[in-house]
Design a protein around this ligand. Structure first.
Ligand code: ZN
Ligand code: ZN
Length: 128
């Protein structure tokens, strides 16, 4: 299946772009990053590939922040801090909820767990 797909170069570039950033980018951010190297890249292609990666479980979507969907290459469980001022998304590597806590609190099997905290980051609020 992973032979010479027609769009594999673009696909690889989009994936590599996600892999090498911790900014939890938008489709448009990826597009503007790659466009200089891949002149025939379209925003629709970026969206299509992101949707595919998401379906395959390669990346995850963090939902919409400030009107734009954000993506994360890191699919392992971790929480996020979303700054409502600069809209940056920071990883919180330490799981805030242990698997055991979740299992005890839930009445079924867990497929995914998204913890996101909204606030103002230290860059935006240096006096805190
Ligand atoms: Zn901020
Ligand atoms: Zn993340």
């Amino acid at each position: 299946m992973e032979k010479t797909r027609k769009h594999s170069r673009k696909r690889d570039a989009i994936l590599a772009c996600l892999q090498h950033t911790i900014t939890h980018p938008t489709a448009e951010w990826i597009y503007s990053r790659l466009k200089p190297d891949i002149p025939d890249l379209s925003l629709a292609t970026v969206y299509r590939n992101l949707a595919m990666f998401r379906q395959e479980g390669v990346i995850r979507s963090l939902g919409t922040v400030d009107g734009q969907e954000r993506f994360d290459f890191n699919t392992s469980p971790h929480a996020h801090f979303i700054c409502r001022s600069c809209h940056r998304i920071f990883d919180i590597p330490q799981p805030l909820l242990s698997e055991e806590m979740l299992q005890n609190a839930c009445i079924g099997q867990i497929d995914s767990c998204d913890v996101s905290i909204t606030g103002v980051c230290n860059n935006c609020n240096p006096h805190s």
